[in-house]
Design a protein around this ligand. Structure first.
Ligand code: SF4
Ligand code: SF4
Length: 289
């Protein structure tokens, strides 16, 4: 929806199946979540044709009744775009699906309550939050899955092509590789901020089907999604009396949400998995996974 020559997916939709576009957390028992199984895998040299613009008859039709999983940066950018706290955004605009396949909490963008279930951010001229649209909306028709952790292996993202019949963009002439599409959609910087998040969700700790207890689930939810609440923990408690954090980093986190989010992933690795990613002050008492 926005007027950009090759504007992507505003839509994203995973089609009639209404599957999730970007599984943020790996499934437990299978190599990839259901939504991506059976899809066409895009290898390094594979290309696809796609274009999206307001002259297509399908324009914005994909911004309804679709499952869009939100990443931490998606939640942060959309909250700031709307000028509300992350907690308010989560309460107003997200759902937390519960399925037996998910071992971590995920957030899904809540569609409108009307029967057509339109995205709350779609307008007549397209996406009204285009510059801050979620990863899935940027990358459609490409989806990504992060396989579950395996001993001795770094989890690498697997890319898929959604071949939805309703999407006329598939007949456009522009040709793309995954890498060129990623560059066009500006996802690399966002993914760099989230690199620690991917390390958490694919952590070897989960090998064998281990599950977080409710307390750890809550810690994960706060640091990944409810950044304003995490900010209160860091700056409004005895956090710095318990952990050694140097002044430049403290200052960066105070004024820069992205720095705080990156730190949150470090803290999760310490608190959930017992990794030495944060230094505990001598004599301080802290709880760890
Ligand atoms: S966020 Fe924007 S691009 Fe994504 S579904 Fe909503 S309106 Fe469409
Ligand atoms: S071309 Fe595809 S992504 Fe673009 S508006 Fe149409 S259905 Fe949505």
């Amino acid at each position: 929806m926005k007027k950009k020559k090759t504007a992507p997916g505003r839509g994203k939709a995973v089609g009639k199946a209404r599957a999730a576009r970007r599984p943020a957390a790996p499934a437990k028992a299978h190599p990839l979540p259901d939504a991506l199984r059976g899809r066409k895998v895009l290898g390094k040299g594979d290309g696809f044709r796609f274009g999206c613009h307001s002259r297509l008859s399908c324009f914005t039709s994909c911004c309804a009744d679709v499952n869009i999983l939100l990443t931490p940066v998606d939640v942060l950018r959309l909250s700031r775009r709307l000028g509300i706290k992350t907690g308010e955004f989560i309460a107003r605009h997200t759902l937390t699906p519960v399925t037996k396949d998910l071992h971590l909490p995920v957030l899904m963008l809540r569609m409108g309550d009307a029967p057509d279930k339109r995205c709350p951010f779609v307008g007549a001229a397209g996406c009204t939050v285009y510059e801050d649209r979620p990863w899935s909306c940027r990358m459609y028709p490409v989806g990504m899955g992060i396989p579950p952790a395996r001993a001795g292996e770094d989890p690498r993202p697997v890319y898929f092509l959604f071949e939805d019949g309703f999407c006329k963009g598939r007949a456009e002439r522009a040709e793309w590789s995954v890498e060129r599409w990623r560059a066009d959609q500006g996802v690399a910087a966002r993914e760099d901020i989230e690199s620690g998040y991917r390390e958490v969700v694919s952590h070897p700790w989960f090998i064998g089907g281990r599950q977080f207890d409710p307390k750890r689930m809550e810690m994960f939810h706060m640091a990944c999604y409810d950044l304003d609440k995490f900010r209160e923990l860091v700056f409004g408690s005895s956090f710095f009396a318990r952990f050694e954090v140097d002044d430049p980093l403290k200052a960066a986190m105070e004024k820069d949400d992205d720095a705080l989010l990156r730190f949150g992933f470090r803290w999760l690795k310490f608190a959930l998995f017992g990794e030495p990613t944060i230094k505990v002050r001598a004599g301080a008492r802290v709880t760890q996974g």
